[in-house]
Write a protein that binds this ligand. Sequence first.
Ligand SMILES: [Zn+2]
Length: 349
Amino acid sequence: MTAAPSESSPSSPQLTRHVTSGGARIYTVGVNAFPHLSANVFLIVVGDAAAPSYTALLDTGGHDAGSTGGLALGLEAVREQYGEAWSWETLSRVVISHVHPDHLAGLPFVQTLTAAPTAAHALDVATIRNPEAARDAAIPGTEALLAWAGIESDYATRFRNRARNLMLPRAARIDTVLHGGESLDGHFEVIHTPGHAGGHICLRLHDILLCADHLLPHNSPPLMPERAHVGGGLAHYLASLDCVEALEGVTLALGGHGGPMPDWRGRIWQLRERYQDKLQAVLDAADQPATVQALTLTLYPNISRVQALLLLDQTGALAEYLAATGRLHEQAVAGRASLFQRVQQGKKG
Ligand SMILES: [Zn+2]
């Protein structure tokens, strides 16, 4: 029942290659974004290998030397092992899928090597350009979340520490603001997929979907309540699953962690079922009025320190969704934590 990413950490950069129906090559470089979290960075090459007409980098991994060094080595290997004449000098484009540090934090490093214009979703632009201001602006929202969810003592301290000490990436340049629905550089279809993150985007090139953390092969993407994160939450996430599922002609999805997903539609079904199970578990736990923290501790009595914040966030997102869809009653009292209780099914006449 964990929402925590649990990828293995390769000791050296992993490199895989996929070719789209239109002949473009997509190279997946696995980097150690954090010491215990591998993340995928993608290099896309269009045109003749000896003289590509378009090259783009999607995501940048983490900020420390282990990640950036692995990225540089992996990208060099694309040139050496596959004869792709790409270079930092001629790179056409950099794209950030969403602002989480395992995808974004390598961007300042990348921008020291290339002048390629960088694109991100409109909701993420302020955070990328000025991470410290974005962090400070989010602190009142964290306090409101703690009050709403009844998060107390040690857990509250850890939430506050997370809000203040987020592994803040350094500020970086954004040249192109995306909204979703547009074509980027005449190559990518941009699909806005809020939920896991408000500014999360997927890119489609021919028959391959680059879906970052929207679809992952092994994990359900962590969610935060929408009230604490614009564009976050389960309602947005499920709507984004519907939106992606409706894409015609996609034969492969490549996510931000883990391996390729040929059966990406099956994965969407699994993820929906996973969230239905999680929703049912929250309903089952809410036979008496309870705060989000109390529900979380009922669901996960042996909650570990590492997982506590992710699971409190997740239970908050689930309770928020159940209240909005009329299955939990939310008793909101000004200045106090909301109490959630299962709505009894009305008797049928
Ligand atoms: Zn993420």
